[in-house]
Write a protein of this length. Structure first.
Length: 563
């Protein structure tokens, strides 16, 4: 046992040395991310007991009292349990502390923290930063496990798990920019104790030991860079494979109203409009156009995906039995009209008809017609979950259905019976925003990461993360690093208030700018003469004035928005 422990320690030491972060200065180092860590099946974010350790010495701290609970050596196993809504800390049979309100933090200054038996990508998961164990809201004797770490380190645990590293540097850079934009502005904030989850429900995050050299480079060389539209971060959606034509946001997602009602189609997003890879491809919102596109193999950026085109088949009775279960489940979620409650309501399947499609041909509403009535399923994900095969949802809702029938006997007066249903489709995932396989192909074809993003996101600029400067808050200076190969670079000032001067230092060159207040329009300054290829450094300085009570917002635009 002693030999095994020493061997493990040596392995961890080698891993730690090989994966130490670079010493580059980053404004993002001040941006911390709280990631909810799920169980080994990615299904549960609530725990009542957990065993943690670290690859080097580590410390447990009670945040409620800001007091040290205990220090532990490398690989020492510590159990944390919650009972009577208080935390108990044990090592073996020895109780270290009890009656703690928490949160409890676990931090290893020179190592990685980990959870015993927690696997990611087939190996034990190790994490940079700190573990925080905090009580789950509105839950008795349950807690959340949260990994708190800086944004760049978080992204290095996301990018190689969201996109194969073989897709190349430019595609990985596009993924890094979108992953950064997404965590800073997610579609929904459903979690009380943390910002983002670690599964496909948010962004896949597996921690430190899945980091790769090329994806780390992509994260480093896009430090501080985000995608923006109309002065705000875009909702940076992406999926595996669009099938050659992305979909508009409103045709795939619903909108939650203030009264709790979920409305579909959703509210449109100007930057998330359906885009064909080939500009000559027509809109696919008719049955004829969708059928022609998804039953053939046109040349697109997605062709190399194993899900570019796919087929699913069911015998009639097989699909009927599936629909009797899935319609009930999707009815409970509110996406089946009229509500389907029991198998006897189904009857015999007669026809499947897509009644409305998005611009990419994505099914938005599907009628399932039986001899007992018609059930309408809405929205791409419920549609995919309704038509399952071997308990697996359809890869996408870019689908057309064929019905095979048996020729009746000449003397039969019965209708021609359905015997088989065939689904032809293309793509994997929701198909909104960037196609990851498409990005890989674009990178291979010589497109830059900026061009990749602007292909999938219209009216979008590639910029540094906006900084707010204010005399009132005392945050009147800030510094950002960024990489660029572009010749044209603008400083964008969003100055709705009475600021007249702004000082910036670009790679050591100080510039004093005269700023005009503009209520509805940004002011742009060309700073291209001071920009160099590769890493650049810019410092923003807001002169003090007692009249300046409102903030000014500034950022560097590396590539202007294109329609």
């Amino acid at each position: 046992m002693r030999f095994n422990k020493v061997l493990l320690f040596l392995i961890f030491t080698i891993f730690l040395t090989a994966t130490q972060p670079s010493n580059a200065i980053s404004a993002n180092q001040g941006k911390m991310v709280r990631v909810g860590i799920s169980d080994v099946k990615f299904q549960n974010y609530y725990y009542n007991t957990i065993n943690i350790t670290a690859t080097d010495s580590f410390r447990l701290t009670d945040k409620a009292t800001n007091s040290i609970i205990a220090d532990f050596g490398a690989l020492e196993d510590v159990n944390i349990t919650i009972k009577d809504n208080c935390f108990i800390v044990k090592q073996g049979t020895t109780t270290i502390a009890n009656g703690l309100e928490g949160p409890i933090t676990a931090e290893s200054e020179n190592g990685f923290v980990t959870v015993k038996n927690l696997k990611r990508a087939g190996q034990n998961a190790y994490y940079r930063g700190t573990f925080e164990i905090t009580k789950a809201p509105q839950k008795v004797n349950q807690f959340n496990l949260i990994n708190v770490l800086d944004l760049q380190s978080y992204l290095k645990g996301v990018v190689p798990n969201e996109m194969p590293v073989r897709f190349g540097l430019e595609a990985l850079k596009a993924q890094a920019v979108l992953a950064r934009s997404y965590v800073l502005k997610p579609r929904e904030r459903n979690y009380h104790n943390f910002d983002v989850c670690d599964s496909v429900a948010c962004q896949v995050y597996f921690g430190a030991n899945t980091e790769k050299e090329l994806s780390d480079k992509a994260v480093d060389e896009t430090d501080n860079i985000v995608a923006m539209s109309d002065n705000e971060l875009v909702l940076a959606l992406y999926s595996s494979t669009a099938g050659g034509y992305t979909e508009s946001y409103e045709n795939a997602f619903s909108t939650d109203m203030s009264n709790g009602v979920r409305v579909f189609p959703g509210s449109p997003r100007a930057f998330l409009k359906g885009v064909p890879d080939d500009p000559k491809t027509p809109v696919l919102n008719t049955e004829e156009a969708a059928r022609k596109f998804y039953t053939t193999n046109p040349e697109t950026f997605d062709n190399k995906s194993p899900y570019f085109r796919w087929t699913k088949e069911w015998e009639k009775t097989e699909l009927e039995n599936i629909l009797k279960q899935t319609l009930k489940t999707q009815s409970q979620a509110g996406f089946v009209k009229p509500k389907f409650e029991k198998p006897e309501d189904f009857g015999s399947l007669k026809e499947i008809k897509v009644t409305r499609r998005g611009v990419s041909g994505k099914a938005m509403f599907v009628d399932i017609i039986t001899d007992k009535g018609t059930f309408t399923v809405s929205k791409e994900l419920p549609i995919r979950r309704t038509f399952q095969k071997n308990n697996i949802s359809l890869p996408s809702a870019n689908v057309v259905f064929d019905i095979e029938i048996t020729e009746p006997d000449k003397d039969s007066k019965n209708e021609q019976p359905v015997t088989k249903i065939i689904a032809h489709g293309g793509g994997f995932g929701h198909g909104v925003g960037m196609s990851q396989f498409g990005a890989g192909a674009m990178g291979d074809a010589g497109y830059s990461y900026e061009e990749i993003i602007q292909h999938y996101f219209k009216n979008t600029s590639i910029s540094t993360y906006p900084v707010e400067l204010s005399n009132q808050t005392g945050h009147d200076t800030d510094t950002q690093l960024f990489y660029t190969k572009n010749k044209k670079v603008n400083l964008v000032v969003e100055n709705k208030f009475q600021f007249s001067k702004l000082t910036v230092v670009v790679n050591g060159q100080e510039l004093s700018l005269e700023v005009v207040p503009r209520l509805f329009k940004n002011e742009k300054f060309d700073i291209s003469p001071y920009i160099k290829k590769g890493e650049n450094r810019i410092t923003y300085l807001l002169p003090y004035s007692p009249l300046h009570k409102k903030p000014v917002r500034v950022y560097v635009e590396l590539k202007e928005a294109e329609n």
